[in-house]
Design a binder for this molecule. Sequence first.
Ligand code: FMN
Length: 382
Amino acid sequence: MNLNDCYNFSDFRKLAKKKLPAPIFHYIDGGSDDEETLKRNTDSFSKFDLVPNILASVGEPDLSTKVLGTKIDMPLFLSPVAMQRLFHHDGDKASARAAEKFGTFYSMSTMATSSIEEIANKAGGPKMFQIYIHKTQGLTENLIDRCKSSGFNAMCLTVDTIVAGNRERDHKWGFTTPPRLTLKSLMSFAMHPMWTMNYLTHEKFQLPNVSNFVKKSSSIAKGVMEYINEQYDPAMNWKDAEYCIKRWGGPFALKGVMSVEDAKRAVDIGASAIILSNHGGRQLDGSRSPFDQLPLIADEVGGKIEIILDGGIRRGTHVLKALSLGATACSFGKGFLFALGAGGQRGVESILQKMHDEIKRDMILMGCKSIKELNKSKVTLR
Ligand SMILES: Cc1cc2nc3c(=O)[nH]c(=O)nc-3n(C[C@H](O)[C@H](O)[C@H](O)COP(=O)(O)O)c2cc1C
C-alpha cells in the first residue's frame, strides 16, 4: 500500500498505522476514557441528511469563505496539533506548506516542533497560532508578541485543556515526548526502521516555542498528560482570555467552546470566533459532539460571532452539513495527521485535494454555487 492507494480517511489511517511506531499511531488515533465522544463526533453527522436542489445552473462553485479576517479558498483548514515532527520528520513545515498550496489556514500549536519564526519564513499561506496558557510567567506574552512580529494572521486560545484527558492508549503504549525506548516500545520502533532512521537523522526533536521558558521541555522524555498537568494553568479564566484578546489586537478565537452560555460570553468579551470543539474526543469523554451542539449555538450567537466546527470531520459532506447548520468554516486534526504520517507534505496535499474535490462535487450535487447558499433548508433531521 502507498499514497496512490489512499482514497479517503480510512485509507490514510491504514497507511499511517503501517508506517508509524505503535505508540505514535495510538497517540494520534486515541481519545479519552472509553472513547465514546471520539466515536460520537463522526457518528453525529449521520443524524442530518442533505437535501439537494436540481437544475440550479451551478457551473463552477465558489468554495471560498472568510474566517478570522482572512479569505480562504476552501471552508476546511488544519487544526492545531502538537509535536508533528513525530508523525513525519518534516512535521509542521510539511503541513504549513500543504495548507499554503490550498490557500487555507495552517494552525500552529504552542507545542509545535517548529518555531513561530521558522514557519513564518518557510510558509507564506494564512497562519493561526494556538495558545496554551502555562503556569510560567511571561510565556503567553512572549508567544503573542512573536506571532505579531512574524505576521501570523490569527490566534486562538485553547480553553478545554486545563487538565489532561485520560488517554489510556498513551499509558498502554508508553507514549512519551521525545520517544523513550522502553521494553514495550522497543519492538515497535525496531519494526519501523524507516521511521526510526528518519527520526534519528533529521533535526532534533524540540519544542522551540516554549523551550526558553519551560526548562528541559524537550530533552526529558515525559508523558503528554504529565506535561499538561505540570505545566498548564488550571486556574485560567475569562479575564485571561480577555487579556489575550487585547494583547493580540487581531482576529481571535476561543477553541473548545461547547455551551451556549460560553458562546454568548465569548461574544461579550469581543472574540471574533468560537471553535466549537471537544478536542477531538481527547478530553472530557461522554461530552456532546460539536455537530450535535451546532444548531443550538448557531441559533443563539449565529451572525454575532464566527463559528468554526472541529471534531469528527472525515468527508466533504460533513463540512457541507456543518456549513448548512451555521458554521462559518470547519477544521480537522486526525484527517490530515494520518496523511502526514502516511506521506509527509505530499500526504497532506493529497487529503486536502480529496477533501477539496469532495466539497466541490457535493456542492454541485446540492445545487449550490457558493458557501453562502448552504443554509438550514439544505438539511433535514433524520
Ligand atoms: C495528535 C493530536 C494532537 C493535538 N494537539 C493539539 C494541540 O496542541 N492544541 C490544540 O488546541 N488541540 C490539539 N488537538 C486537537 C485538534 O486541534 C482538534 O481539536 C481535533 O483534532 C479535532 O478532531 P478530529 O481529530 O476528529 O478532526 C490535537 C489533536 C490530535 C489528534
